[in-house]
Design a protein around this ligand. Sequence first.
Ligand code: PEP
Ligand code: MG
Length: 581
Amino acid sequence: MNLSLKGVPASRGIVIGPALVLSGAAGDDGQERRLEPREVEPEIERLLKAVATTRDQLLDLKRRVAMEIGQKHAEIFNAHILFLDDPTFLVETQEQVRKQRTCAEWAVRGYVDRYARMLDAVGDGMMRERQGDIRDVGKRVVQNLRGGSLAPLSESAERRILVARDLSPSETAQLDLGKVLAFATDQGGPTSHTAVIARTMEMPAVVGLEQATLHIKDGDTLILDGGAGVVVVSPDKETLARYRQRQAELKVKERELKAVSRLPAVTKDGRVIKVFGNIELPEEARNAAAKGAEGVGLFRTEFLFVNRNNLPTEEEQFEAYRLALRHSHPHPVTIRTLDLGGDKFVTHLGMSGEMNPFLGLRAIRLCLAHPYVFKVQLRAILRASHFGPVRIMYPLISGLEELRQANQILEETKRDLARRSIPYDPDVPVGAMIEVPSAAITADLLAKEVSFVSVGTNDLIQYTMAVDRNNERIAYLYDPLHPAILRSLRMIVAASEKARVRLSLCGEMGADPLFAMVLVGLGLRELSMSAGSIPVVKKVLRSIGYREAHALVVQAMKLATGAEIRELLSSSAVGRRVTEA
Ligand code: PEP
Ligand code: MG
């Protein structure tokens, strides 16, 4: 059939294999399934287990909310727990499974529907409100019954190419490399966290395919080319042969790159560029070092918080930070404080649905709203700083007040440790990420009060251009070469040079060879990126001169559109060398 689907490149690599299509979106309710008589008792067991898990989750949520927000808010969970404890619920759902031999999901959904309709019939406003609570609990039980949205994967014996409408960042982080060759999604943009994690895991991926789940069936043979953003469905023999040839060529290229990764990134005219790795979990620091990273420029610590029912303890966090330090020794580890919200959620911390989560209670704002959680993390980071070079970095700083507030909590935490004679590095460098236009515009003010700044272009582009980084329909507007972005970067470089403050960049822009050349031309001397991109970026930087890159950028800054700039770059001699690397 040879149907070729074009999406957004998310993570490089070519794989060929059978598809596994996840039909339901996360949180989808169960389908009716008839049981064989022998399946009935195991189904009851499954139901009881899911109810118990839901109960544990709710109790944990209630405890967290009481601690974080207040007892009054925690009480809403009493209604949820009461519903689960209601004997009628358990009796009726079990009876339905036994007598009608329907699956547990169906029985739960049926009961919830009947109950909610009954409340509606009562007609009382408060009763109606309770309907929402009850549907919520029902959804939780069903989700636990399904073992999360990735349950079908556990049944698959061979490695497959996962095809889904969307994968959340936390689902992506859970993917088992032993079962998944690559993934393709209908939704998602080039710097969505899902794409970022795929790159860290070095799992080929294409996102933003729009209709992949419509065109692909379970078991279809697929070719997925992550670098090109292409998925070929049921390829003919010639296409297969062509891609196998490309796979072999890529392998040769990889071997060449491996040799370069050990070398420093020094331009032909002697400018030294430091290249760091971005990690989501501490173990990844080992791979980053192996790929040639000179330390960790961004540890996205929120991945210690997702995919679990409770918050990680101070001790767990401390161990995680120490492990990253051990793998990076003797180089530094830049630990970014919790950046939840936006597209990364947890069930605890009372994170409620927001109309615009990327503009909402996210990152440093969430930490300042939950000082207890923030302090636990700062304590763990500070304790780790006694064992190796740590840098603390705050995400999504929008202005000086936020920075000062965060620093105040940091100082309190330091005093607290000192009082208890717990050692830490008193001079631990503290930096701010620049990823909000207000921070870029006031970079000169921020630079005076930090030891370093790090540009998060993934968010800076999203907020400057008003383009949701996860939305495939407007991905064409997400342009790192837009004059507004280059001007912002130029301003940040000038501000940090004036304040003599170290400047780094840890957005995905630095991982693209052509963009990396532009960044160096703009004056950046430190780039941090997913481990898989380090060798190719090092190779490119070693093949260019800083002065030629700078001259090209000066010319580019005179142009009016991203397209004109791209054309200039790719038609220049240095640009051509870079794209061929
Ligand atoms: C960024 O925004 O560029 C960044 C590095 O942070 P994250 O991708 O985790 O939002
Ligand atoms: Mg960011």
